[in-house]
Every structure is written in C-alpha cells, then in structure tokens.
Design a protein around this ligand. Sequence first.
Ligand code: DX5
Ligand code: ZN
Length: 218
Amino acid sequence: MNSDLLVSASLLGCDLSNLENEIKRAQDAGADWLHFDVMDGIFVPNISFGQPVLKAVKKCASVPIDTHLMIKDPIRYVEEFAKAGSHMITFHIEATREPLMVIDRIRSSGAKAGISVKPGTPVGMIKELVPYVDMVLIMTVEPGFGGQGFIHETLKKVSMVKALAESAGKKIHIEVDGGINSKTAAECRNAGADVFVSGTYLFNSQDMSKAVASIKGL
Ligand code: DX5
Ligand code: ZN
C-alpha cells in the first residue's frame, strides 16, 4: 500500500456554519490537507469564499492548506492567498496568459505552485509547464460546484501527466478534484494520482476516518 497518498478535504463540502468543528473533524479523521476553493463568479459560474475566510481557516488548521484558485487573472491575488496561509496555490491554465509569471509569483510569495486543467482542456496546454510546478491538478468535474459526478474521460489525462513528469525526471504531485469517492479514487490511483480532493463524500460520511482510508485504498 502506498503511504505517500494524500487526502485533501474540500471545505466547500463541509457545514460552513460549523467551520472550526468541521476542520477538526477532517483533521481527526486523517485528512492530510485542507482544500480551499476560491471562485470569482467569472472564471466559474459560482462564488465561494476568499482571503478573510482563509485566514480564519488557518487559525484552526494544523495541516497544510491547498488553495484552488478558480479565478480569472490569478496573478492579482496570489500574494494575498499566500500571506493568508496557503501551503500550495493552484491556478487554472485557462485563466491566464502568463502562467510562468504566476508560478514565479506563487513561489516568491512563499507557497508551492500548482497548475490545473478543466476536463475539456488537453494536457498539451500545460506540457511545457510540468517541469516548473510542484503539482498538476486534473479536474475530474467541471469546476464550480461540489457534488457532481466524476468524468471518467479525465483519467487518461492523469496517466499523461504522470508520463510527462517521469520523462522530465520530476517528482510532482498529481491531484484529482471532483466526484472523488472510494471507487473513483481507486481508478485515479491506478492512473497515477497521489492527491485526492474530496468534499461531498468525506463530509457526508458517517465515519470520516474510514472514508479517508478508503480513498487511499486502505
Ligand atoms: C469544484 C471544487 C471541488 C469540490 C469537490 O469546483 O474544485 O474542490 O469541492 O467536491 P466533491 O468532492 O463534492 O465533488
Ligand atoms: Zn477544488
């Protein structure tokens, strides 16, 4: 069993009226990271939460915070999200014309850099960037909402990124996000993913420790 697998609990799926307890519940259940989804109502047709909420999360969190920026022109907000407590900041290739500058800005702000592709975006769009990032996030649903069904066609992109990273001699994380449960996580593990974002499945489970373990195949 691979102990390097990580589960990132997506706070979009938690009971926001009870945020501190939900964070504790996820951490106590063994979640390795907390996933913080930022939506601007422009890049995606939904609005979630921003830096003030991230600062509040940071106060109660004891695990790294994995920030997923679903915002247009992410370079504008990278520093603020790094300062607010992000360990990793992931942005979308579809949201910027200056991905290398965004990566540099994330790193110079003290966070690790991730890049993401929507389900319809080919891996070719980020091919040249793989050697420069710490993580690639393959969206397994259309970004914007929790609780959607996993898109199986995205699995081949996970394998493609794994092959690209190996041929570049780079050890990067490959994260999947959207519709992850014990069954879809197994398919993603087989394809080469090592970080699993989960909102609905984790926070709706009666026994979250079991749910975390099942995502890792334990
Ligand atoms: C969707 C978000 C996800 C979302 C996943 O745009 O990026 O992180 O919270 O939720 P589930 O696990 O419910 O698909
Ligand atoms: Zn996300």
